[in-house]
Design a protein around this ligand. Structure first.
Ligand code: PHE
Length: 348
């Protein structure tokens, strides 16, 4: 009694069809996941090919040999196709991982935005540098100052009309505690000149100091005024300093700030704490520009700090920093310095 072939997988051509279906599925797999699914469908334990293999036992020897060979050949072809497709898909995956994780070394770096010195500060530094180069020492003093240092030590007694020239901002409520000099009458300094007296009281002559700092006047802000602005004070006291030394020193400053060809002129003026006094102009852009006030230190000022005006004399000057910064940078409205507009500030 011969066994009967009972289904399609008992013919070689049916095996070849299974093989072709399998090859198409494996080769067409678009991802490693699809490939794994195709492998299990066409080579797995429950695949038609596996079932056909299990059915071989029911066949006669000749049929079994032919069909067995066809099944083995199909299996080998499918395994080969699976391996080939897998290595393709793996290479593709590696490529895309590399591409996704690649670093573009040619990209420009994101540099942090750098700040820069405020133009007023930069101008103040430039001026201080000139005097440091001439051998001056940099000193500072308090912005909340006593009436004595701001006025009296500078030969401006109480009720003197010179006081009304400076619109002083007085500080109330803080005055109960006397400072080192027993003074309780406090104000916001109207100029850096009080540091003249502070410096001389603290040391014997000779004195060569510059004093950068903020000063206050009860002015309303407009294009040329601010209620808080900056000055640089200079003070030189020595055995034989003259007006010519003052002129030479200020000419050096002007050349450094405004260019080596810059000329200056001195006009008579009046300050209570210098005698004689002058205002100094610089020739800039075809006109005379007022730079600063200066003069020979008044004997009364020297006497107030215990200096012997028969043995030493010297000069002092006070420069408005914003004014010079405006000249240097061609700025026409002083309020730009305090508006903190980045479009303005980042131009420097
Ligand atoms: N303190 C004066 C002012 O603020 C400037 C000055 C300083 C003048 C030193 C003479 C000497 O106007």
């Amino acid at each position: 009694m011969s066994k009967q072939p009972t289904n399609t997988t008992t013919s070689t051509s049916a095996i070849e069809r299974l093989r072709d279906e399998g090859l198409a599925a494996l080769r067409g797999a678009a991802s490693l996941e699809e490939l794994a699914a195709a492998k299990s469908a066409h080579l797995g334990k429950k695949s038609p090919l596996a079932l056909a293999q299990r059915g071989l036992g029911q066949l006669g020897p000749e049929e079994r040999r032919q069909l067995g060979q066809a099944i083995n050949a199909a299996r080998a072809a499918l395994e080969e196709a699976e391996a080939a497709r897998r290595s393709e898909l793996e290479a593709e995956r590696d490529r895309s991982v590399l591409a996704a994780e690649a670093v573009d070394v040619t990209l420009p770096p994101r540099t942090p935005r750098r700040g820069s010195l405020h133009p007023v500060h930069e101008t103040m530094d430039a001026m201080v540098d000139v005097f440091v180069g001439l051998g001056y020492r940099v000193v500072t003093g308090p912005e909340v100052e006593s009436d004595w240092f701001n006025f009296e030590a500078l030969n401006i007694p109480p009720d003197h009309p010179a006081r009304s020239l400076m619109d002083t901002i007085y500080v109330r409520g803080l005055g109960s505690e006397a400072d080192a000099y027993g003074v309780t009458d406090l104000l916001l300094r109207t100029h850096t000149s009080p540091v003249q007296a502070r410096t001389m009281l603290a040391q014997p002559p000779p004195v060569y100091v510059v004093v950068p700092g903020r000063v206050y006047r009860s002015d309303v802000a407009d294009a040329t005024h601010l209620p808080a602005f900056h000055q640089i004070e200079g003070l030189a006291i020595d055995a034989a300093l003259s007006f010519a030394d003052l002129r030479g020193t200020l000419a050096e400053l002007a050349r450094n700030l405004l260019g080596p060809e810059t000329r200056i002129r001195m006009r008579p003026h009046h300050f209570r704490f210098t005698e004689p006094s002058c205002e100094v102009d610089a020739w800039h852009d075809g006109r005379w520009i007022e730079l600063l006030g200066a003069g020979m230190v008044h004997p009364n000022v020297l006497a107030h700090v215990g200096y012997d005006s028969a043995a030493v004399q010297g000069f002092a000057f006070g420069i408005g920093v914003e004014r010079i910064a405006m000249l240097r940078h061609g700025i026409t409205d002083i309020r730009l310095f305090v508006e903190n507009d980045l479009r303005f500030l980042s131009a420097f």
